[in-house]
Design a binder for this molecule. Structure first.
Ligand SMILES: NC(=O)c1ccc[n+]([C@@H]2O[C@H](COP(=O)([O-])OP(=O)(O)OC[C@H]3O[C@@H](n4cnc5c(N)ncnc54)[C@H](O)[C@@H]3O)[C@@H](O)[C@H]2O)c1
Length: 255
């Protein structure tokens, strides 16, 4: 394992992660807890989330706070942000990570399905930011990281409502960065490439797909969730204190 940077200002920081129970989100939960941060996360995968809480508590001596919540329910999401603040102090790092990349075709997508994709992949980002705003203002600043995707940059098909939502994340980041900059709140987009979570491996990783990935990437590697978490740590920490309204990519040079 490569050495991980330590950011002393992240110790005791109150961090809120959407979808922190599995996949890249689990790597985020682990990485921030290992920095000594107070991590709260929402997820719908209850069993995986509870197992992660136990594992992280054993690894770091700090149990993250799992708040079961479907982020499509905005009042529930905002209540979870409030609960995190009550338990850990004002949230000053928000990682808008949760998403769902379910495949669908342009021929069959319905308005209801479209609305549901936006309700998972886009809408919660704005309303989670709205909920943390008073806390970040009270503390004189904060960092919001919105998770995008290189899929739309690669012109990937087969999930138009997902790629549409992921492209819109950049508009949200840049608009919010302007609005919140005077309060010392930074907002950035983090774009993962193809990251080898258990879900990705189970659903999509075939020899042909991997060959295409390796041909496209400059670096001939499989990207690990921990490598995305490393960038999220940097974007959350004071080390990136002059970075806002930007996009940062972990894709081994594919896009
Ligand atoms: N893994 C990749 O290759 C990849 C590539 C590009 C972008 N991304 C982006 O990175 C982020 C994390 O990706 P991932 O691969 O870990 O995703 P994932 O699907 O494996 O995990 C997302 C997490 O969010 C949770 N979640 C899903 N719907 C939810 C809901 N309605 N309410 C609450 N929680 C919910 C899931 O249970 C899961 O724990 C996403 O924003 C994704 O779009 C991932």
């Amino acid at each position: 394992m490569p050495t991980r940077a330590v950011y002393p200002d992240l110790a005791d920081r109150s961090v809120f992660i959407t979808g922190g129970g599995s996949g890249i989100g689990a790597a985020l939960t682990r990485a921030f807890a290992a920095q000594g941060a107070r991590v709260a996360f929402v997820d719908i995968a209850a069993a995986e989330s509870r197992a992660l809480v136990d594992a992280v508590a054993e690894e770091t001596g700090r149990a993250p706070l799992f708040l079961p919540c479907d982020i499509r329910d905005i009042p529930a999401l905002q209540a979870a942000v409030a609960a995190a603040g009550a338990a850990h102090g004002d949230v000053t790092v928000l990682l808008n990570n949760a998403a769902n990349d379910e495949r669908h075709s342009v021929e069959t997508v319905t308005p209801a399905y479209y609305d549901d994709r936006m309700a998972i992949n886009l809408r919660p980002m704005l309303f989670a930011a709205q909920a943390v705003l008073p806390m970040m203002r009270r503390r004189g600043g904060g960092s919001i990281v919105n998770f995008g995707s290189i899929s739309w940059k690669l012109r990937n098909g087969g999930m138009p409502a997902y790629t549409m939502a992921k492209a819109a994340v950049h508009g949200l980041t840049r608009g919010l960065a302007r609005d919140l900059g005077p309060d010392g709140i930074r907002v950035n987009t983090l774009l993962p490439g193809w990251v080898m979570t258990e879900r990705q491996k189970a659903l999509w990783l075939t020899p042909a797909a991997e060959a295409e990935m390796l041909a496209g990437q400059c670096l001939k590697i499989r990207i690990a969730p921990e490598q995305v978490a490393d960038l999220a740590l940097f974007l959350a920490a004071d080390a990136s204190g002059a970075c806002t309204a930007q996009e940062f990519t972990v894709d081994a040079g594919w896009s």
